[in-house]
Design a protein around this ligand. Structure first.
Ligand code: GDP
Length: 445
């Protein structure tokens, strides 16, 4: 939850009230709260992470206030709930209205809090905040402690449904990694699955899945990691439907990879990469999954160096948007080299789950922009201000800046490639979202 608003409306006082201790510095000088302050408050028995943002000041973005506003923007992007604080005594200012308009476009839940609304006259003044178009304002006096119980219960009502209790780290390791094994007919998928299951001899499935077709098969590796092979029912039955298999395999792959975190694309190494393999790989990218290429039938390949080279080159050329896909060569038939597959899958899953701290991201971002400035669009240079990671699985980043939505594709590709290299994110899709054309402050510089 984020607390935002103009300077001196009482954000820090309210923050302290909610947290229940003097965690932020409070002073009468506008903008004294320079940094984001974080604390955890308990509301109706739930832990709520509270972020006090300093300044959504209306000022040239080059100033300290402008930079602080940029940091509020990123906090808002990640928030479950934004408390937008206005000063009931001062009334609604143009800056409040601007910020409200911007907030409405961010698609976050917002609760308007009219602070400094002591006594009856204060409550009346607070109603002015209705005009912001963000719903009913809650009148409080953070300083006098009035209206806080109301506020807390309004907040609690707006919190997202309670997430299941955070699991301890060991349970996280025990949570099965969802794995799909896909590929063209005869690539050796069934052989691979049987090999994986046969080698481990720890099959705990099949367990009934959602439908009769989807059966979850569990697999344990020697290090105690658990995998769930999704949608392998058809493969294990090895239905002898010889019909239009070429078409079916792609359709079946889509269903399987949507359920998976990491997808093992099984390729017949004797034949090399087919167009259809690349087509499946592109689907994996589109669905945002991690991809490991399994070069199967390695025992039958005569010139291994050439085979590997051909595959990597083809991937470089045709799958630039997932640069660095791991390629593991083995023989499902003999078992040679197969022990490298699951570790590669785990490594990729870790990358897929990566979260990069905002500070490090922005250090890189500044350098990347300096090295290769954003292009002119319609005669003016795009001003990109800030980047933050919105989510993982796959890594997804949001860039804020004036007219950021106009960023040309090749520049986006440059940023993605540089990001991938800087933070070692090979082999996973990377998503970039652009925000800020709607930001009323963005183009004021
Ligand atoms: P699927 O259609 O992808 O499930 O492929 P299968 O697992 O049924 O395998 C197709 C054919 O390739 C079978 O004849 C397998 O014996 C053979 N095969 C699978 N893996 C290997 C391997 O590693 N080496 C060799 N030489 N043949 C294999």
């Amino acid at each position: 939850m984020v607390i935002a608003g103009r300077p001196n409306v009482g954000k820090s006082t309210l923050f302290n009230r909610l947290v229940g201790r003097a965690a932020a510095i409070v002073a009468d000088t506008p903008g004294v709260t320079r940094d984001r302050k974080e604390a955890t408050a308990r509301l109706r028995g739930r832990e709520v992470r509270l972020l006090d943002t300093a300044g959504l000041e209306e000022a040239a973005p080059e100033t300290l206030a402008g930079r602080m506003r940029a940091s509020s923007a990123s906090a808002v992007a990640e928030a479950d709930l934004v408390l937008f604080i206005v000063d009931a005594r001062a009334g609604i200012t143009p800056a409040d209205s601007h910020f409200a308009a911007w907030l409405r476009r961010q698609g976050r839940k917002v609760l308007v809090v009219a602070n400094k609304a002591e006594g009856r006259s204060g409550a009346t003044a607070a109603m002015e905040a209705f005009s912001l178009g963000l719903g009913s304002p809650i009148a409080v006096s953070a300083e006098h402690g009035e209206g806080l119980a109301d506020l807390m219960s309004e907040i609690a009502d707006r919190l997202p449904p309670e997430a299941p209790a955070a699991e301890p780290a060991e349970d996280e390791a025990a949570r099965p990694l969802k794995l799909a094994i896909v590929g063209r007919p005869n690539a050796g998928k069934s052989t691979l699955i049987n090999r994986l299951l046969g080698e481990e001899r720890m099959l705990t499935g099949p367990e009934p899945g959602l439908t009769r077709e989807a059966i979850a098969t569990r697999l344990h590796d020697p290090d105690g990691h658990v995998y769930e092979l999704v949608d392998t029912a058809g493969l294990r039955r090895k239905a002898r439907i010889e019909a239009p298999l070429e078409k079916m395999s792609v359709a079946a792959s889509i269903a399987a990879l949507r359920m998976a975190e990491v997808v093992v694309l099984t390729v017949d190494a004797v034949e090399g990469l087919h167009d259809q393999d690349l087509q499946i790989a592109k689907l994996i990218e589109r669905e945002g999954r991690g991809c490991v290429i399994a070069l199967n039938k390695w025992d039958a390949v005569e010139n291994r160096a050439a085979a590997r080279k051909a595959v990597t080159e083809r991937l470089e050329d045709s799958l630039a948007q997932m640069k660095g896909i791991p390629v593991v060569a083995f023989s499902a038939l003999t078992g040679a080299g197969i022990d490298r597959l699951l570790p590669a899958v785990r490594d990729l899953a870790a990358i897929w789950n990566t979260r990069i701290p905002t500070a490090a991201l922005n250090r890189w971002f500044e350098q990347a922009l300096a090295r290769h400035p954003p292009p002119l669009v319609e005669g003016r240079r795009l001003k990109l201000r800030y980047i933050t990671q919105a989510k993982a699985r796959p890594p997804t980043f949001v860039i804020f800046g004036g007219r950021a939505g106009k960023l040309p594709e090749d520049y986006q590709r440059y940023l993605v490639n540089s990001l991938r290299e800087e933070f070692s994110l090979p082999g996973v899709p990377i998503r970039l979202e652009l925000r800020g054309t709607a930001n009323p402050y963005a183009d004021q510089s």
